[in-house]
Design a protein around this ligand. Structure first.
Ligand code: SME
Length: 348
């Protein structure tokens, strides 16, 4: 576990950390395109911005520099020269690319003064560390506690609108993004150690489903792929969707994996119809003890049914998973499967 806090005199004794990878300065359109091509392939980026310091209480300057680092490379984007081009905005709006930084709200607000992009995929380390019992919020202290490394802040109050930046400024700026990248990865690795294989399997499914569903709006295709992902990973007896037919007030069988199943289930009937009616996940540890359970297969012993909502919170389908074993599903399954069905809402 991590220490909740660290004294300055202890911090000063820690080894120094400085970004040693390749630093790329971005000022032209072609450099933007090169940076974007590289950065778009990275699942996690350390993120930071630098703004010219304000010495009187006048208005805030716009951020001068945007730093993004994947650990091997750091890109220093000179916003005063490039603005915030749509290609960079696409990275900042891409939910599949994690941008990890500290106090990112201010950085995002600054960047939005260049262009009104929709931020997605941002993780604030200040929020994240709380779950690990860490009370410190500065990158310097978070770095000391989590990485055991000391970062220098000597360049913080320098002119970030200068071009070219001094070597010390460039290293400082790159290090800030790099350290955020390292802190994020260390925290994730730490929480993964505590995860069960089953949790990790769900997380792998979520990553695949997220990218599949983002590029496809057809529900049948998406339900087919999600059923396949779950079946492949866990080999449950039956995995599939029933879609809501509001006019007929019944559920109709949708894409599934497993043996042939009942095609229509009335509203409020069986586990699936009850899930639709109650608009919530239903876990059935033993199907024989669920009054009204519809036995499409005698081999099904336990079951979980999760609603699929649209953006207006109407139930549009249910995801049904059946197991040959008793007591297969618990709250952990519910949590991950609700996250999974939540991915459909953007398509409805
Ligand atoms: N058991 C479900 C019916 C669907 S099949 O299990 C595939 C129910 O009671 O609604």
């Amino acid at each position: 576990m991590f220490a909740s806090t660290i004294e300055n005199n202890v911090l000063e004794l820690l080894p120094h950390v400085e970004f040693r990878g390749q630093i790329t300065t971005v000022t032209t359109k072609s450099q933007v395109l090169f940076a974007v091509q590289y950065l778009s392939d990275q699942p996690v980026l350390g993120f930071d911005t630098e703004t010219r310091p304000r010495f009187s209480s006048g208005r805030m300057y716009m951020p001068a520099l945007l730093q993004l680092s994947d650990g091997n490379r750091a890109f220093l984007i000179h916003l005063k020269k490039t603005g915030l081009p749509p290609e960079i905005q696409a990275i900042l709006s891409n939910p599949a690319i994690i941008k990890a930084g500290a106090a990112i709200k201010d950085d995002i607000a600054g960047l939005q003064r260049y262009a009104s992009f929709e931020p997605a995929g941002f993780t604030d380390l200040q929020d994240m560390v709380r779950e690990y019992g860490i009370v410190e919020k500065s990158v310097k202290k978070m770095s000391a506690i989590i990485l055991g490394k000391r970062i220098s802040k000597s360049q913080q109050i320098t002119n970030w609108e200068a071009y070219p930046l001094s070597n010390a400024q460039a290293i400082y700026a790159a290090t800030d993004a790099y350290v955020c990248y390292c802190i994020y990865n260390k925290l994730i690795a730490h929480s993964n150690e505590k995860k069960t294989p089953r949790q990790r399997m769900y997380e792998e499914i979520l990553v695949s489903a997220d990218s599949l569903l983002r590029d496809e709006s057809d529900h049948v295709a998406n339900m087919a792929n999600v059923s396949a992902l779950i079946k492949e990973k866990f080999n449950f007896w039956w995995v599939g969707f029933y879609r809501v037919d509001s006019k007929a007030k019944e559920l109709i069988l949708g894409p599934f994996q497993g043996p042939a199943a009942c095609t229509r289930i009335p509203f409020g009937r069986g586990v699936c119809g009850t899930c639709w009616q109650q608009r919530k996940t239903i876990i059935v540890p033993d199907v024989e003890k669920f009054p009204g359970h519809i036995a499409c297969s005698s081999r099904s012993r336990s079951e979980i049914v999760v609603p699929v909502f649209d953006r207006e919170r109407n139930v549009r389908a249910v995801l049904d998973i059946d197991s040959e074993k008793i007591n297969t599903f618990d709250q952990m399954d519910r949590q991950y499967l609700e996250e999974l069905t939540g991915l459909f809402k953007n398509n409805y």
